[in-house]
Design a protein around this ligand. Sequence first.
Ligand SMILES: [Zn+2]
Length: 459
Amino acid sequence: MAGGSVKIDHARYILTLDGDRRIIRDGSILVEGGRIRQVGKAAEMAATRADRVIDARRLLVTPGFMNGHMHISYAHPVRGIFPDELASPLNHVFNLQAAMTEEEEYHATLLGLVELLKSGTVCFVDPGSTKFPDACLQAYEDSGIRVVTGECVTDREAPFTLPRHATAEAVARTAAFVDKWHGRLDGRVVAWAMPFSPETCSAELLRELKRVADERRTTLTLHHGSGAQARKEYQARHGMRPTEYLESLGVVGPNVLLAHVLGIDEAEIDCIARTRTAVTMCPVTAAKGGRGVPEHGRMPELYAKGVKIALGADSPNNCNHLDMVRVMNMAAIQYKDARQDTRQIPAEAALEMATRLGAEALGLGDALGSIEPGKKADLVLFDTERPEWQALWNPVNNLVYNADGRSVHTVIVDGRVVVDAYRQSFVDEPKLFATVQEIGERLQARTGITFPRSRWPMI
Ligand SMILES: [Zn+2]
């Protein structure tokens, strides 16, 4: 946490995402001790002093973005290798991940953090894919980002290379992980239980991991989908739908975050809403992966029922970018097309999911997700003096439909300026980019997982 106070002065707009969703024109924000102390009209705060004053006349301020599902650790060195016609890269993905060394994972993570912060993400959930959290802690510390981490566990045969343990060991490892990591770096590290999916974990493991999460007052996340085929299989094996199966085990509730949730039917949506279970959806992954959002995507129904929805970028090899502004854009346009109805998922709803609602989905809504006195000072300042921001009448529309993360000018996390006028200072970028490229070469050579570099002749 930064010691000094910061005043963001005369912001062109502040999208507060507060209870009334106020948008303040010519607004100021005072940050002290890592928290937002005061928000209001610049004229009313003219007498307020701070150690540092940021002239924000050309800037638009939003809460920091939450990325609710983001496998950070492996993909950057091999980003873009998979050709479009590959039906699913998942088998390769997990084999590549299994082959990463500690040093390789550290550098891949560092690059992920640079990309996340420079496009305005202040907090992300890594669903347990980091193999060497001790090494990555240094990257989290240096970058200043918030991370929700855990150890991915399974105790059943899986179609991919996933870490598998005996049930009791998987439970013990999860408990030890949460005890070791939860609350570190002034609370910027949060640790959860992270079973991979209901299909790769026994009922006993899922129940026990929920108990671990409950006892430690933390959260559990897992991959969850449904669809006609899965419903048939679950019906045959358990006599119920996939989401009802989770409910029968007690693995639902406000401290459970279901990832993806494609293919759920009306009864499953009711179950999620009734139990106040949270979800995280990855709209770009769904679109790029040809997941059939018109048939399987139910974001509008979940939103209408008041379900806490976060957005995720998933991974640098299926969403490919980590830019939450582009993810918001996809969330807002995907359902208009899928339903042939422009009323679906307004720009404001997409922005809520990336901020306030997303923070609530992650169980962090008391401290994060909006610009209000008392909340943690996690802020993104967009540069509106760029062509894509013109003309500026409706700032939410411009943000979600015109802009992308490249107009992120300054980012503050926990009161500390971590991106300052487009620059971060925790890593030498050209050197890091070269290192990650080399890691990609080595990783492909070592695993034999490689593809033609282009459909076109490369000479
Ligand atoms: Zn995932």
